[in-house]
Design a protein around this ligand. Structure first.
Ligand code: ARG
Length: 473
């Protein structure tokens, strides 16, 4: 917008204030500009962008490219730009293509010509790669904090469900009885892996500082990249500049971690949706976490759970879509890579919006231990009946068949297996004795399966481990 009186400087750069354009004689088509511009979503990187620029100015000063007074002026100006963003007073200008150009343009307005020295030896390619890594290292902690809250809610439910027994399912058919805390904790340990996966990924992300890679071929100035990396909280600089500007593994890895986390949430949601159905009635959602129907007055809909299940599809889509963007790119930076940000931001936003209500829903729902127990039937102890025979020396494969005969006989008589006469048992196998009736105790069946094998038996021990894990975080 400046230099209007000097036609020799009426390049597109002068007219629209972009960072490039010196070699162009016509300015970008408006529709292309709208397509190209990313400021509307990448402004969220402002903090990381400014932190990276301040560190880069230090690196340039260390390399003798900037005088100390210039470095200080740039750092001051950058902090002022940061403050404008933080206060919400930053005013974008028409030529602000992305967060990098916007910050530099504003810096120039605040500190004058010295701003033009900041980009020495740097490219937006190494800059954006660094920004996104720093952003990931920050937001993964928010996701983990939200996850820990949900994990804590699961443990609280497990704690208060001590002593309750429910049907456990495989193929969603009644399988074996489970201690209710064991079911809750089954969801908890999946979230533990999600939290720990983000730790592991963060360690890998910290291990590759791309700044100093330039556009693709490195920087000709003798910057101390190891020091620069450390200054930004990385453990070391990347070893190959061409790879460093194209590497989006961290984006794909994060999208995978979030898609898998979403899949875990979907499974929890699906369990609760089914268990909240009045036909089972195992859980009842608090009114604050369920919704009504505009037509049917009796309805209590588990909308937050359905959204949790539904959003897993969106998270998986972001991963698949981004991998498709990456495949087929030649070496180096390609503009396609700008497509990393919207799915990444959306995946993080989606989870940060979803996890808190899900934690509240879990924390406030009421289980119905009577309905859970009423849903048990002795068929779920057929395996225990086989194990009873095993304890008397019968090989398991044969015991399985004999227990099956008992189930069949009971069904044909319309009676529970525990209601059969001892003679009925002995007609099937002489190995059966009067103590066979001890098998038909759901609580004992649950206790028999010990914690060491991951079973439900020693739920107290498992709960203690879960609480210790939470306390250590
Ligand atoms: N907005 C771009 C992105 O997010 C920044 C890098 C652009 N580099 C370039 N040479 N056009 O990928």
């Amino acid at each position: 917008m400046s230099n209007q009186g000097n036609p020799s400087e009426q390049t597109p750069q002068a007219r629209i204030g972009t960072l490039w354009g010196g070699a162009f004689s016509r300015s970008t088509d408006d529709a292309v500009r709208r397509l190209n511009d990313s400021l509307r979503f990448d402004w969220r990187l402002y903090d990381e962008d400014i932190t990276g620029s301040i560190a880069w100015a230090e690196a340039l000063a260390g390399a003798g490219v900037l005088a100390e007074s210039e470095r200080a002026a740039l750092a001051d100006g950058l902090e002022r730009v940061r403050a404008e963003f933080a206060a919400g007073t930053f005013a974008p200008a028409p030529g602000d293509e992305d967060i990098h150009t916007a910050v530099e343009r504003r810096l120039g307005e605040l500190v004058g010509d010295v701003a033009g020295k900041l980009h020495t030896g740097r490219s937006r390619n190494d800059q954006v790669a660094t920004d996104v890594l720093l952003w990931l290292l920050r937001v993964r902690e928010s996701v983990q904090a939200a996850l820990l809250d949900l994990a804590g809610a699961l443990v609280e439910q497990a704690e208060s469900a001590r002593g309750a027994v429910m049907p456990g399912y495989t193929h969603f058919q009644p399988a074996q009885p489970l201690a209710v805390p064991h079911w809750w904790l089954g969801h908890f340990w999946a979230l533990v892996r999600d939290v720990e996966r983000l730790d592991t990924l963060a360690a890998a992300w910290r291990d590759k500082c791309p700044l100093g890679s330039g556009a693709l071929a490195g920087t000709p100035y003798p910057v101390d990249r190891a020091r620069l990396a450390a200054r930004l909280g990385f453990t070391r600089p990347t070893p190959n500049s061409l790879d460093a500007v194209a590497d989006r593994d961290h984006v794909a890895e994060c999208l995978f971690a979030l898609a898998l986390l979403g899949t875990h949430l979907s499974r929890l949601a699906e369990d609760l949706i089914v268990y909240a159905n009045p036909a089972l009635g195992f859980v009842r959602l608090d009114e604050r976490y369920s919704t009504g129907s505009s037509l049917m007055p009796q309805k209590r809909n588990p909308d937050p759970l359905e959204l949790a299940r539904g959003k897993a599809g969106r998270l998986i889509g972001h991963l698949g879509g981004f991998l498709a963007t990456l495949k087929g790119l030649p070496s180096g930076y390609n503009k396609d890579l700008q497509e990393d940000k919207e799915p990444l931001f959306d995946a993080v936003d989606t989870l940060l919006e979803l996890l808190p209500p899900l934690a509240g829903l879990v924390r406030t729902l009421a289980i119905d231990p009577d309905r859970m127990r009423a849903a048990l039937d002795e068929g779920m102890l057929a395996t225990d009946l086989a194990d009873y025979l095993v304890s008397k020396g019968v090989p398991f494969r044969r015991a399985h068949g004999l227990a099956g005969q008992v189930v069949r006989l009971a069904e044909s008589k319309g009676a529970a297996p525990s209601a059969l006469a001892l003679d009925d048992y002995r007609a099937i196998s002489e190995v059966f004795e009067a103590d066979v009736l001890d098998v038909f105790d759901f609580d004992a069946a649950v206790r028999r399966r010990g914690a060491v094998t991951g079973g439900a038996g020693d739920v107290d021990d498992q709960l203690a481990r879960a609480q210790a894990w939470l306390a250590a975080r």
